[in-house]
Design a protein around this ligand. Structure first.
Ligand SMILES: [Zn+2]
Length: 266
C-alpha cells in the first residue's frame, strides 16, 4: 500500500478494452479482495484482478444457497486459475469463507428455499435475496479493512441482469460511500462487468486468459441456480432451464457467433 497511481482519464468501460491497462503496473503495490462465488462472473473478476494487483485475496459466502455446490468448486477453481500463469500464482493470497446462515433463516426466496423460480408480485424474480449483496459488501469491507486491501472487486452487472436492485451501479457506488464513511477508509469497489453483457464477458475472459481460461470457465465454474452439475452443454454444466443457465447459454452462443463471423471476415 505504498503507491497511488494517477487517475485514469478513461471511464471504466473504456479501460476494459485497453491492452496496455491489463498490465498490473498501475496498481502494482496494492491488494484487492475479490467477491468470489465460484460462478462464471466472479471467476472472470478474479482473473481481472490478478492481472492488476500485486496481491489478490478472495471471499465467498455460505448463505444457505440451494446451489451450495458453487462453494465446493471454489478451491479447485483457485488452483486451476493459478496454474494458467505463474505470475497469477504468485499474486493469489488467502481465501475467506463467511458463514451467513442467518440470511437463509430470514429469507423466503427461490435461492434459499424450495420456492418456484418465477416473477413475484413485486416484479422481481423470486431468486432475489433481499439484502444479500449489501451484506456481502459489509463483510467484504470488514475483511478488506483487516487485510489492508484497498480494492474490492465484484461481478455485479446491470446490462443483462435479472433486475436485482442490488446489482445496480448506483447501489454499488452507494455501498462504496457507506463503507468509506463507516470504516474511515478509501476503498474502491470495482465492477468490471457492470456495463457488458454475458457475451462480452466471455470475450473479456478470452482477452485476459485465451482459450485455456475460457475452457476453465465453461468446464469448472458454476452458474445454475438449481445446483445441477449432471447435464453438460457447450457452455458448461447446468439444468439448462433456470434463468441463470439461460443467460449463460445465450451469452456463450452470442460470443461464439461473433467469433465465427470475425474469423470468416476477409
Ligand atoms: Zn440451471
Amino acid at each position: 500500500m505504498t503507491t497511488d497511481s494517477p487517475r485514469s482519464p478513461h471511464p471504466e468501460s473504456a479501460r476494459e478494452r485497453s491492452d496496455s491497462d491489463l498490465s498490473p503496473s498501475g496498481r502494482g503495490e496494492e491488494t484487492a479482495l475479490v467477491l468470489f462465488s465460484g460462478g462464471q462472473d466472479s471467476t472472470v473478476c478474479l482473473a481481472w484482478a490478478l492481472q492488476r494487483f500485486a496481491r489478490v485475496e478472495t471471499v465467498g459466502f455460505a448463505y444457505g444457497q440451494r446451489h451450495a455446490v458453487e462453494l465446493t468448486v471454489r478451491p479447485r477453481l483457485r488452483e486451476m486459475i493459478t496454474a494458467l500463469d505463474p505470475a497469477w500464482a504468485a499474486r493469489l493470497g488467502a481465501d475467506h469463507v463467511v458463514d451467513m446462515a442467518g440470511l437463509a433463516a430470514i429469507s423466503e426466496t427461490a435461492l434459499t428455499r424450495d420456492v418456484a423460480i418465477e416473477v413475484a408480485q413485486s416484479g422481481l424474480p423470486t431468486t432475489f435475496v433481499p439484502g444479500r449483496n449489501l451484506l456481502f459488501f459489509c463483510y467484504a469491507g470488514a475483511i478488506a479493512y483487516r487485510r489492508g486491501a484497498r480494492h474490492i472487486v465484484a461481478g455485479m452487472c446491470e446490462t443483462d441482469f435479472s433486475g436485482y436492485p442490488d446489482c445496480r451501479d448506483d447501489t454499488i457506488k452507494a455501498m462504496q460511500l457507506a463503507l468509506n464513511l463507516g470504516m474511515e477508509r478509501r476503498f474502491v469497489i470495482h465492477t468490471p462487468l457492470m456495463w457488458i453483457d454475458k457475451a462480452a464477458t466471455f470475450a473479456l475472459a478470452h482477452q485476459i486468459g485465451g482459450d485455456a481460461f475460457v475452457d476453465l470457465l465453461v468446464e469448472h465454474t458454476h452458474t445454475c441456480y438449481l445446483g445441477d452439475r449432471s447435464q453438460w452443454h457447450p457452455w458448461g454444466y447446468g439444468c439448462g432451464e433456470c434463468p441463470a443457465c439461460q443467460l449463460r447459454a445465450q451469452g456463450f452462443a452470442k460470443w461464439q457467433q461473433a467469433r465465427t463471423s470475425a474469423l470468416a471476415a476477409p
